[in-house]
Design a protein around this ligand. Structure first.
Ligand code: FAD
Length: 399
């Protein structure tokens, strides 16, 4: 009998766990599995605020796909997906085309600008390894030129983070921790550095426990961060940001972290979507497409308790991947598929240094205990993917 062809697009949290599970759960003769990704490495998106602020070597966030997946069972193609022709069951890549019987779309997200002009032209918005390296190098360059210009321009040392969600808070946590070291290295008086976090919603970390939000804001303010809450950004310009209240903050560095939308290929392929995310069926298939699974940041799942979408997270992407792999196996064996329900075990945000906040198994955690938990969560993922050797190679010291 002809083996079904399974094609997985994207080697992030969703794609990697799907591929890894399928390679373990299906025999050699049960399916041809192909994984496509634009790089030959997988990276830890959830760590990128660290290399972006310069507190972690970017190399630590990435790993060769060939070193963590069993490529005797998975055919890996390094290429860029340019279109999905769902009616023809074809994927168009930059350098070739692929036919599939089953498709898994796990292509992640893109920055959401909410229509604010100037984001792509003047802000740093790419949460990728190369994007993080660019932010780190730019920050260092700003420090390095400050003392070398005749006119002392404050905007060189003004850093604006747009968005006080998880990504924005984790990034400013790292940056505020690093600023004293940068000031010492580049002979810059500490009081010259200004850091702003600008948020349109009425609170930082919307939806998070208010006590933990207060802890985070107090800590970051003690490191010199200034919050502007309920303060939408009207435009990003080459000189900084224009605010809806009419004020302007002059800054040579604007980091965009206001949230994400699904990969643009979702819209291009003609899936019904909301901001690039497909409201998938309970078993994670795209409505009307029995052979296409959509997982991770490209999928939209409603939290019935509050009738709002779950925020896209790595935690949910990995859980979906496990269910997606098991449903693919079920389809190949003509067995019924199962429904997906997120099990939110906890949420922890790092604040730089040995500080973090979080809720894990309904318990609030602050400071070093939250930081310990955050690093254990990071190491657990490495363990799931590559066992103890990967934890030893790439893992974080939780103490
Ligand atoms: P991704 O992990 O983004 O993977 C998508 C993959 O597809 C990438 O490898 C990409 O290169 C590839 N790709 C994209 N387009 C193409 C193309 N056209 N062709 C080929 N390949 C392509 N979540 C948490 O649960 N906890 C956290 O603490 C947390 N912290 C975060 C911190 C930061 C700084 C950021 C940016 C995000 C954080 N998140 C966190 C969110 C989390 O990273 C995402 O929800 C998660 O990465 C989504 O997984 P995914 O598999 O859908 O996509």
């Amino acid at each position: 009998m002809k083996k079904p062809k399974i094609v997985i697009l994207g080697a992030g949290y969703g794609g990697m766990i799907t591929a890894s599970r399928l390679s373990k759960e299906l025999g050699y003769n049960e399916a041809d599995i192909t994984l496509v990704n634009k790089h030959d490495y997988h990276y830890q998106t959830t760590w990128l605020h660290e290399p972006a602020a310069g507190t972690m070597d970017p190399e630590k966030t990435r790993m060769k796909i060939s070193e963590v997946l069993n490529l005797s069972k998975i055919h890996f193609i390094k290429d860029v997906v340019v279109d999905i022709k769902k009616d023809e069951k074809k994927v168009i890549l930059e350098n070739s085309e692929l036919d599939y019987d089953y498709l898994v779309v796990a292509l992640g997200s893109e920055p959401e600008t909410f229509g604010v002009p100037g984001v792509f032209e003047h802000a740093f918005s790419k949460w990728t390894v190369n994007g993080a390296r660019q932010v780190r190098d730019h920050i260092e360059y700003m420090f390095s030129i400050y003392n070398n210009e005749d006119e002392k321009r404050n905007e060189l040392l003004t850093f604006v983070v747009a968005g006080a969600g998880f990504t924005g808070i984790e990034f400013i946590g790292e940056l505020s921790e690093r600023v004293p070291e940068l000031c010492a290295a580049y002979d810059v008086p500490r009081e010259k550095v200004k850091m702003y976090v600008i948020e349109a919603a009425p609170t930082a970390l919307p939806g998070f426990d208010p006590e933990l939000v207060e802890y985070a804001m107090n800590l970051l303010e003690s490191r010199g961060v200034e919050f502007k809450i309920s303060c939408p950004i009207k435009e990003v310009t080459e000189h900084g940001v224009l605010l809806a209240d009419g004020n302007e903050i002059k800054a040579e560095t604007v980091v965009w972290a206001t949230g994400v939308r699904g990969n643009a290929l979702i819209e291009k392929a003609g899936f019904e979507n909301m901001r690039g995310r497909v409201k998938v069926d309970p078993d994670l298939r795209a409505p009307g497409h029995d052979n296409i699974f959509i997982i991770g940041d490209c999928a939209l799942i409603i939290n019935e308790e509050i009738n709002r979408p779950y925020p896209p997270t790595a935690q949910i992407a990995m859980q979906q991947a496990a269910v997606c792999a098991s449903n693919l196996k079920a389809l190949i064996h003509n067995a019924p598929t199962k429904g997906f329900k997120p099990e939110i075990k906890g949420t922890v945000a790092s604040l730089g240094g040995k500080e973090a906040i979080g809720i894990v198994f309904d318990r609030k955690l602050y400071g070093s205990s939250a930081n310990f938990m955050k690093k254990m969560i990071d190491n657990r993922y490495l363990y799931m993917l590559g066992g103890t050797p990967l934890v030893l190679k790439k893992g974080k010291n939780p103490l």
